[in-house]
Design a protein around this ligand. Sequence first.
Ligand SMILES: [Zn+2]
Ligand SMILES: [Zn+2]
Length: 195
Amino acid sequence: MSADDWSALAGVSSTVLALAAVVVALVAFRSEHRRANFEIARVLHHDLTTGEVAAARKLVGSLHYGDFGSQPATADWGDSLTAYFTLLWCFERIEAGRGALWRKGVRNGRRGDDAVGYLDELVAWHVAEYACGFAIARRKLADASAAEVSDDKSAAGFHRLLLALQDKGLVDRTYRAGECPGAECPCACHQQTAS
Ligand SMILES: [Zn+2]
Ligand SMILES: [Zn+2]
């Protein structure tokens, strides 16, 4: 081989090495990126199950599962109303976070993101429960205060999340945004009443 051949070979080798380094860096970047997305999904779910939201769930749960006319787990209906909105706003954050993860995935050429699927699996049963729970709690709060609960904007994120999870087949389609479908409702609260 001539000196020129050796030099050309060395040039090709260094190009291949440089490309390999780029591929390794890209894979590392993607995996770090993926880890960060899963961490966002984990934190969004954590928000739903801890702290002030967990406390709010107790109050909304007592409205959801308590008999009509019974007092909630607090003497103050104002506390129940605060809990109702605290929980709605938590779902609003989850829906906004889910949307941001989804758009990130689309920008990277994927239909959504693995982390969105992970988040959807985590929150699906919570969304199903509160599809009925919010509707029942809302009626009881309205009865107690003799005024409708004005929650259109606060509930919009939860409704979008419900529809998205129903489209993916993760939440029963019988549930409706903003109202309990009555006799057909699959929620456990109705089975409890019937027994
Ligand atoms: Zn129901
Ligand atoms: Zn229910």
